[in-house]
Design a protein around this ligand. Structure first.
Ligand SMILES: *[C@@H]1O[C@H](CO)[C@@H](O)[C@H](O)[C@H]1NC(C)=O
Length: 177
C-alpha cells in the first residue's frame, strides 16, 4: 500500500487553466499518513491538519500547519503540556474539522479512535495553543467517522454540517448542523 506524503497545489484562477504543482518534502515535515482532518485557516495564512494514521496502524493526535507565505510546515504543540493523545482528547482519523474565525480556533469533531467512533468536539486555540472540549446541546449525534462535512458563515455564527458517515450500526444518511 502507498501512503500519501506529497503536497500538491492546484491553482485555479478565472481562466480555465488549472495548474498542479508538487511541493517537495521540507524539514520539518509530517510523516506519511491518511484520513487526516484538514482545513484552511486564512486569518493565519496557513492550512492545518489534525491526526490521521499511518501504515503501522499508529493513530496520530498531532497538529501541523502549512504556512502559505513561507511554504513550510510547522507542528503546533499544546502550550499546557497536555499531549492530545492522552485520554482526554484521543488520537483519531476520519473526523471533521473547521476553522472558527470568531474565536481564533481550529475545531475537530468525531472520527475513529482506538475507543471506536467518536462524537466529541474539541477546539485548539491558534494563539495560546490550548485545547478545550466544547459542550454541545440539542440533538445527539451518534458517534461516527468518514462523514461528509463542510462549514460556512451565517450572521456572527460559524456553521458546521455533518452528513452521513459510519456509526456503530450502519452507514448513515443523517444530516446535522
Ligand atoms: C467566514 O468569515 C471569515 C471572516 O470574514 C472568513 O475569513 C472565512 O473565510 C469565512 N468562512 C467561510 C467558510 O466562508
Amino acid at each position: 500500500m502507498k501512503f500519501l506524503y506529497a503536497l500538491v497545489f492546484l491553482t485555479y484562477s478565472v481562466s480555465s487553466e488549472i495548474e498542479i504543482l508538487r511541493y517537495p518534502p521540507t524539514d520539518p515535515q509530517p510523516g506519511p499518513r491518511k484520513f487526516i482532518i484538514m482545513n484552511g485557516v486564512f486569518s493565519h495564512n496557513y492550512f492545518i491538519f489534525f491526526g490521521g494514521y499511518n501504515n503501522r496502524d499508529d493513530i496520530y493526535s498531532d497538529i501541523w500547519n502549512f504556512d502559505l507565505s513561507t511554504r513550510k510546515w510547522s507542528q503546533a504543540f499544546s502550550s499546557n503540556g497536555n499531549n492530545p493523545s492522552k485520554s482526554y482528547l484521543v488520537a483519531r482519523y476520519n473526523g471533521g474539522g473547521f476553522w472558527n474565525y470568531l474565536r481564533d480556533e481550529y475545531c475537530i469533531w468525531g472520527g475513529m479512535s482506538i475507543r471506536g467512533q467518536l462524537n466529541d468536539l474539541w477546539c485548539f486555540h491558534l494563539t495560546n495553543f490550548l485545547w478545550r472540549e466544547v459542550e454541545v446541546s440539542g440533538d445527539l449525534i451518534k458517534p461516527r467517522y468518514r462523514i461528509g462535512y463542510t462549514n460556512w458563515n451565517e450572521t456572527s455564527t460559524v456553521m458546521f454540517a455533518v452528513f452521513g458517515g459510519i456509526t456503530i450500526e450502519h452507514a448513515s444518511y443523517d444530516l446535522y448542523m
